[in-house]
Write a protein that binds this ligand. Structure first.
Ligand code: ZN
Length: 118
């Protein structure tokens, strides 16, 4: 696999910073939302279940966003050490196409598959 060109690295780092800003904004909004759903309100049984379900989904989404955000931050730290785009398991370059789809990914496709098998 070829290493990233400096232009590709720049492009991906721009994507990463944009993603980071988006996620931080979403997380700020989401914490408002999960705080304001009040399950003690006297609402109907069905809408109460809806509210609980929505709250669960919001929490799950928030968990995933937080994970992604921490991966983004780690990727940006790696970039400072000139190690962005290298798989953290096998240290081989990760394909540009894969990084373009999810620039925060810490592993190459082979290692990701290996981790998911375990
Ligand atoms: Zn790997």
């Amino acid at each position: 696999m070829d290493e990233l060109t400096p232009e590709q690295t720049d492009e991906l780092l721009t994507d990463l910073r944009r993603l980071q800003a988006d996620l931080e904004a979403q997380l700020a909004n989401a914490s408002d939302r999960t705080d304001t759903v009040d399950l003690d309100q006297p609402i109907g049984r069905l809408s109460r279940m809806d509210a609980m379900q929505q709250q669960e989904m919001a929490k799950e989404q928030q968990r995933r966003n937080k994970l992604k955000l921490s991966q983004i931050k780690q990727a940006l730290v790696a970039a400072e050490g000139d190690e962005y785009g290298l798989c953290r398991a096998c240290e081989e370059p990760i394909a540009f196409r894969r990084l373009k789809a999810s620039p925060e990914t810490p592993f190459c496709l082979a290692c990701r598959a290996e981790i998911e098998r375990r």
